[in-house]
Design a protein around this ligand. Sequence first.
Ligand code: ZN
Length: 546
Amino acid sequence: MVRKNRIEELAREYVSVKTHTGTEMERNAEAFFSSYFENIPYFQENKRHRGFYPIKKDPLKRNISWAFYKGQGEKTVVLIHHSDTVDTDDFGLYKDKAYNLDQAKEVLSQGKLPLSKELKEDLSQEKWFYGRGISDMKGGGSIHLALLEEYVQEENFKGNILLLAVPDEENSSAGMRSASYLMKELKDKYNLEYVVMLDVEPHERSDEEKFTIYDGSIGKMMPIFLVRGKLAHTGQIYAGFSPIHLLSGIVRKTELDPQFVETRGTTTTPGPTWLYMKDRKYVYDVSLPLTAGGYMSVLSLSKSPLEIMETLKKSAEEAFAEVIADSKERYKPFKETSAITYGEMEYEPIVYTFDELLSLVKSQEGISLEELEEKEDAIVKGIQEGEFDRIEGSYQWMEYVLSQLNHKEPCVVIGMAAPYYPAVNNGDLPSKEKTDAFLEDFAKELKDVYGMEMEVQNYFTGICDLSYGMFTASKETIDYVENNLMLWGKDYEIPLHLIKEMSMPVFNIGPWGKELHRYGERVYQEDLLEKVPHMVDFTIRKFLEQ
Ligand SMILES: [Zn+2]
């Protein structure tokens, strides 16, 4: 079958499979892949070259669908895409039509959902495919699948291809975080050399004539804060210390803080923002809450988690000192007029990283390490059984450890919450010259074949699985993450050592898409059926022949 017809056929079938992220439906992808494997003689004969690799510690028991084509030599290209999509609630009454490209288009064409001017215009031309996941990213996945089908029919194929369809990308990338173990197993078994990882996520484009390629992906981390105050009845408020007041001081100081805005190459990160802040009080009473918690999102390019957390710790200490000073100031008029007073407000700004707190607690006399571990395990069990979510579990763990601390002074604990996406860029690897030279070849091919210009974006800013294609930060950073990310190794982990060992250049070469995660989701047909497959094929062959 002609390549473009095959891609369309695969995409239609793939989209029809419901794989809502973070649900058991994600396992439906396996049936799709089983029939894909069964249709290809190479994979019928080589059953050990494909399969379903279980995700570690996954309550939903999802698997990575994978296929490995062993050609000649050791050089191996890794093709990744995610098999999950967001749900279809956005389609409202028509949510069942979202899994069929024709029906999805029909719903929109008939104006059954509100249409923007741009969407109306696009609908009037036959240039786009519509439907849940067609753009993000079953269309792109179908490009990889169609190419692999072609390669397995080539005799004397130079190099090897590993194709991975990973679950959970829209959630916390459990699929890609486990994929490193599979990659390591195959690497050892067949003595592979991984030369490049290619993702095929869609991208927004301002200029139709400019083809966008990404040679990196933005980093994202979530610092999580637990703040302890001092309990007091509201009538005796000056004897207490409000954790809400303190936490808001920290929020006020760090929200959009330009210290965290980074520019590298063509990319500038937006400042950090708080996603959540709340007291940890569950019922109403007239006391202050004892603790309050919040977490924020920080996007990064070259700053390591260690640097980011150190800066945050300093900001938290400053905010703490300011809140103490303000409180004292505001206490004054009361002290001068009231017959009853509450002594002096004497506090020190105490800020611990989670690692510091845990070490401190463990060093105290009479602490049972077994009990600590049991508590942590119980919390993990609660998360895995769906009793509460990962963030709530993180707070419970921080609270428990803090409650074991001998002193009861107001203090702040800072840790990291999952997920964590390392920032990656090919410029950080020793192969930088090679990848730069490749980009020149890529630009030339685009110009020669399609008359298009190439636009290199140094970071895919939508956050994607390429974050786990390399890890270039120091061992010190790995230790820091492992010691400060909540419930690390029990509920959430990233094999950073493995990723560091297998580090390879990464590129995202995907189609033009619009309105991802919304009912207007669409992908540009020409990109999906012709340009992207051609350019991905060009890239694969370039890296395998080098
Ligand atoms: Zn995606």
